[in-house]
Design a protein around this ligand. Structure first.
Ligand code: S3P
Length: 424
């Protein structure tokens, strides 16, 4: 499995904000992360690829970002652009950000609003959309910010901005979202603590630390692993081993849910790698039943609802997914994209602003073309659906898969899947 996308972005950004050398192994070489690497070079860091997955970053230190000469193009990557905006917001420089059609349609006000509290100014299109120019604060103030939605990107942008502000920056979140930024900031030498209080999770960062370069072994991405795991659960006779997969509790909700559906998943050889819990996953095909996914689990599996919807279609009975309105502002509107594609393949669904119900039917007709809307996870989800349908499933664009899982097709072929491209 490829390296974790969230940790890969953060490795490059924190490496660029550190003094000295950061050595990274297992970096995801998907387009999203490569775009973040290029951006870090544009802000003055040295970023070099030594071998496959092996990269070295020579950072400029907290507050050391130089003003980029040109527009920063973050491609498809919401995490890339949002974290980088945070990282530059408290330096006296300006930068203009853009991305592909998907990224240009996504809301950025959720980032520029808290960054304005530090003293940064943003001018973007309607709704704060990209292209957007951010002018960093000359005399940044520390900030206390309660995130209005469960979002690790918002939390991380505020913490990264807080690095170059004096005093303490505090983020309060109601629900736990992925905590890689907190773990990694501590690893690079920042003073950061998390307290669970009546208000929620209170994360306190002491500003203006000296971060020092680190060696980082990026664990393998649970969000990518979810696809071959799901494929094994969908295809009769499967028995698949997926080794070294990150099991951070803020990320592993999909596996909890699949086990509740009756999935035969064993977590073998549990260990710590690069400060993150990992395990080898042994997955065997077997009958599955629908479940109600508790809404409070959503942040720990926010990227896995599309593939869960596919597994749910092949299970018996309904699977109810609630409290998922954040899915509407991902790389695509994922509730709509999954609902339309599943319906086209003959699956009965019910959908609302913040819920999706998939009525499992065992045998799925398939035979439709599903639209992927520049969204890698929608593309891979419908490819996995096609492994279980009576007639093949077609997607209109496999290009986005490159952003997070460049080897998806050859890897699934090695497991026995068969793909055909109209372009060949
Ligand atoms: C991510 C946070 C999540 C997730 C995204 C990666 C991160 O986004 O969907 O794929 O690395 O911080 P939100 O913060 O918008 O929930």
């Amino acid at each position: 499995m490829p390296g974790d996308k969230s940790i890969s972005h953060r490795s490059l950004i924190l490496g660029a904000l550190s003094v000295g050398e950061t050595r990274i192994t297992g970096l995801l070489e998907g387009q999203d992360v490569l775009d973040t690497g290029k951006a870090m070079q544009a802000f003055g860091a040295q970023v070099e690829r030594l071998a496959e997955g092996e990269w070295v970053v020579n950072g400029v230190g907290v507050g050391g970002f130089a003003e980029p000469e040109d527009v920063i193009d973050c491609g498809n990557a919401g995490t890339g652009v949002r974290l980088i905006m945070g990282a530059m917001a408290t330096s006296p420089i300006a930068a203009t950000f853009t991305g592909d059609a998907s990224l240009r349609s996504r809301p950025m006000g959720r980032i520029t609003d808290p960054l304005a509290l530090f003293g940064a100014d943003a001018v973007g299109r309607e709704g704060g959309r990209l292209p957007l120019t951010l002018v960093g604060a000359k005399n940044p103030l520390p900030v206390r910010y309660a995130t209005p939605m469960p979002s690790a990107q918002v939390k991380s942008a505020v913490l990264l901005a807080g690095l170059n502000a004096p005093g303490e920056t505090v983020v309060v979140e109601q629900e736990a979202t992925r905590d890689h930024t907190e773990r990694m900031l501590a690893g690079f030498g920042a003073e950061i603590s998390t307290e669970i209080t009546d208000e929620g999770r209170v994360i306190t960062l002491k500003g203006q630390p000296e971060l020092t370069g680190q060696s980082i072994a990026v664990p393998r991405d649970p969000s990518s692993a979810a696809f071959p795991v799901a494929a094994a659960l969908l295809v009769e006779g499967s028995d698949v081993l997926v080794p070294g997969i990150g099991q951070n509790p803020t990320r592993n909700g999909i596996f909890t849910t699949l086990v509740e559906m009756g999935a035969d998943i064993r977590f073998e050889n549990e260990r710590l790698e690069g400060g993150e819990p990992v395990a080898d996953l042994r997955v065997r095909f077997g009958p599955l039943h629908g479940v109600e996914v508790p809404p409070e689990r959503a942040p720990s599996m926010i990227d896995e609802y599309p593939i869960l919807a596919v597994v749910a279609a092949a299970a018996s009975g309904p699977t109810v997914m609630q409290g998922i309105k954040e899915l509407r502002v991902k790389e695509s509107d994922r509730i709509d994209a999954m609902a339309r594609g599943l319906e086209a393949c003959g699956v009965k669904i019910e959908e609302g602003e913040d819920f999706l119900i998939v009525h499992g039917m065992g045998k799925i007709p398939g035979g439709a073309t599903c639209k992927t809307h520049l969204d890698h996870r929608i593309a891979m989800s419908f490819m996995c659906l096609g492994m279980a349908t009576e007639k093949p499933v077609k997607i209109d664009d496999a290009g986005p898969i490159e952003t997070s899982f460049p080897d998806f097709i050859p890897l699934m072929e090695r497991l026995g899947a068969s793909f055909r491209s109209d372009n060949n």
